[in-house]
Design a protein. Structure first.
Length: 205
């Protein structure tokens, strides 16, 4: 088993510091969060050359977590959906440039999931979004992994069944199982033994 560390643990340090400190802590892998604070709007893509070199010098594997702050791939505003797709495509580009092969993709937010037609629309939009991401990723030699939701009931996919249904049968699409998110999900549902439910989900996935 390989140990990986997320750059999100080092928000007050540079991305270079995050890589160095991950190596010093004994990590085999770094998940780079392609979002603020390390990759703000207007960042210079030429910086990736140095980042890749640093990863190589520590013999660290790398994956990228696509942008997720302030975007929503299932928004009812087309402009926000288009921006969300562009941000994920940039994340996939970054993953490919750094020599990684997995980009983690977040879920979306359905504003009022209690409204049936809004939920159905969100399902369709997310499926289209994943198809677009997967096609782009294949062109870059990268796979995408859809992340499970946490405690926000507006998330879509909102259940593990939703997540599996979206990912199933799509070439180059898998699942990233976030145990922290799963714990929050089951606590919100009022399930007592979250550890047992998480283990069951892992087996089912």
């Amino acid at each position: 088993m390989r140990l990986g560390i997320s750059s999100l643990l080092f928000v007050n340090r540079t991305i270079e510091d995050a890589i160095r400190m991950s190596a010093e802590l004994g990590a085999d892998w770094v998940e780079i969060i392609f979002d603020i604070p390390h990759f703000p709007p207007g960042w210079d893509p030429r910086e990736l050359v140095g980042i890749r070199s640093l990863l190589s010098s520590y013999r660290l594997g790398v994956s990228v977590h696509a942008s997720f702050w302030d975007i929503n791939p299932i928004s009812h505003h087309r402009e926000l959906r288009d921006l969300s797709l562009r941000q994920v495509e940039m994340s996939i580009d970054t993953c490919a440039e750094l020599g990684g092969d997995i980009t983690v993709v977040h879920f979306g937010r359905c504003s009022i999931p209690e409204v049936e037609w809004l939920r159905r629309t969100a399902e369709g939009k997310y499926s289209e979004f994943v198809d677009s991401c997967a096609l782009y990723a294949r062109e870059r030699g990268v796979r995408i992994a859809l992340e499970n939701p946490g405690r926000d009931p507006r998330s879509y996919p909102s259940t593990f069944e939703d997540l599996r249904r979206v990912a199933e049968g799509k070439e180059g699409v898998g699942v990233t199982f976030d145990i922290g998110h799963a714990n929050l999900f089951f606590r919100r549902k009022g399930r007592g033994s979250t550890g047992r439910r998480i283990a069951d989900c892992i087996r089912e996935m």
